[in-house]
Design a protein around this ligand. Structure first.
Ligand code: FAD
Length: 412
């Protein structure tokens, strides 16, 4: 049996940022990675995907984008290269090809069973990702056998789908990107839309994420939010990273002939049933977007910048067909594939410590888990709104490494 003071599970940005901070504090540790560095970016993303966060926002402790296109968006190969360079520069002690099979609590810490032996540690950092498993609604079981069912973790490109149209369930970041790609590839596309967060790509001459960063929206702390559980479960931003910085929203998709339908509420005898709430969801998303734009305008005025940036603008409300379908026989409509872009969740099947709530979510306070010496990284709105983004890993790792280090000192 081997020993390290701390064990980090996962070598994505979360695990690497934490490793960097533990090294800076001279805390010996090891990072277990079942694949290789940046495994999720390399193996669980579709071919055309680019980051929706601009290059300048791709920054980690002591490592930031340094190319000549700060406003561009990285491909997956570029993200992986960025993280691999970071791992090399920070000399992270990574054991790749090492899967954690079980972690159990012991007197003074944790025992971690891996595919390459058993380890013990005093501190355990779970950086194994927030998006390991696609969340699929239970009525997916009613899908006719002849229709292919995919998740965004499995989808690669339009050419690999069976013939026919596609129904995409969910209109957040993944859903709108896949709808756009499949429509452009000549497929009939139905997009089932529930709650969503509408965003323009650019506003008053800047990227919307530049504004959100500037007004402090990305740095908002979890303990300053009234209903943090709700905030943690909001859908992802309707944003796409493309070389031409286009806004992809329901209006642009509808104009490109994507058929918008309401939230999928049932699937029986091959028939999909959609809720009639589409117009309400769209009106609410428009309202919330306008609220964000108004807070940006207020910030510009308060900072005395009105003369230096273009005037405020407001975007066309989401336009819908007068009548949207409430049901559809998928087979007779020629739908060959359904893609469940209905969100993701972590996989804690290896974690044999009673820290999960009845919904299987890890109980934590800003990443400090409800078990001695255990930490988690990379969850939505974990310590700040940006916690689940690349840009959020640095701050969270700094805070949690400080807590972990203090904890070790107290026990000494
Ligand atoms: C489709 C998609 C697009 C995204 N786009 C952006 C974006 O544009 N900008 C942005 O900032 N964020 C984006 N994100 C969010 C976030 O940055 C990514 O999810 C990112 O991968 C999270 O990094 P992480 O290190 O927390 O987890 P991961 O990158 O998932 O890393 C976890 C690592 O743990 C390993 N692991 C898991 N279980 C085990 C085990 N049992 N044993 C050993 N190793 C294990 C995995 O192999 C993986 O390498 C996106 C997410 C998704 C799903």
């Amino acid at each position: 049996m081997k020993f390290a003071t701390a064990i980090i599970i996962g070598a994505g940005q979360s695990g690497l940022a934490m490793s960097r901070h533990l090294t800076a504090r001279s805390i010996d540790h090891v990072v277990f990675e079942r694949g290789e560095v940046a495994n999720s970016w390399l193996t669980e993303r579709w071919d055309s995907l680019r980051l929706l966060t601009p290059n300048w926002q791709t920054r980690l402790p002591n490592h930031a984008y340094a190319g000549d296109d700060p406003h561009g968006f990285m491909t997956m190969a570029e993200v992986a290269g960025f993280l691999q360079r970071y791992a090399r520069l920070s000399q992270a002690p990574i054991m790749s090809g090492t899967r954690v099979i079980r972690a159990t609590q012991q007197d003074q810490g944790y025992e971690v069973l891996t595919t390459r032996g058993v380890w013990r540690c005093r501190k355990l950092v779970i950086a194994s990702g927030a998006c390991n498993i696609a969340s699929i609604p239970s009525h997916s079981a009613g899908l006719p056998a002849k229709i292919t069912s995919l998740t965004p973790l499995q989808y690669r490109n339009p050419g690999l789908l069976p013939d026919g149209g596609a129904m995409i369930v969910g209109a957040s970041a993944s859903g709108i990107q896949l709808a756009r790609e499949l429509q452009a590839a000549g497929r009939r596309v139905l997009l089932s839309v529930g709650d969503h967060v509408r965003m323009p790509r650019t506003y008053r001459g800047r990227d919307i994420l530049w504004w959100m960063d500037a007004i402090g929206a990305m740095n908002m702390r979890y303990d300053a939010i009234d209903d943090i559980q709700r905030a943690r479960h909001l859908p992802s931003l309707q944003l796409v990273g493309t070389p031409d910085h286009v806004t992809v929203d329901l209006n642009s998709l509808r104009k490109a002939s994507v058929e918008l339908v309401g939230r999928l509420v049932g699937l029986r005898d091959g028939k999909a049933q959609f809720s009639g709430s589409l117009a309400n969801f769209c009106a609410l998303a428009d309202l919330k977007m306008n609220r964000l734009l108004a807070s940006i305008d207020d910030w510009v005025t308060a900072s005395g910048l009105d003369q230096h940036v273009p005037a405020p603008e407001r975007f066309e409300p989401t336009m819908l067909e007068p009548e949207t379908k409430l049901s559809l026989d998928l087979v007779s409509a020629g739908i060959g594939t359904v893609i469940w872009a209905t969100g993701f969740r972590p996989d804690y099947s290896w974690l044999d410590v009673p820290v999960l709530d009845r919904k299987g979510r890890i109980r934590h306070d800003g990443g400090i888990v409800a078990a001695p010496g255990m930490y988690v990284m990379g969850l939505p709105f974990m310590r700040q709104r940006k916690s689940s983004f690349i840009d959020g890993a640095g701050d969270d790792a700094a805070d949690l490494a400080a807590h972990l280090s203090q904890n070790l000192a107290n026990a000494a």
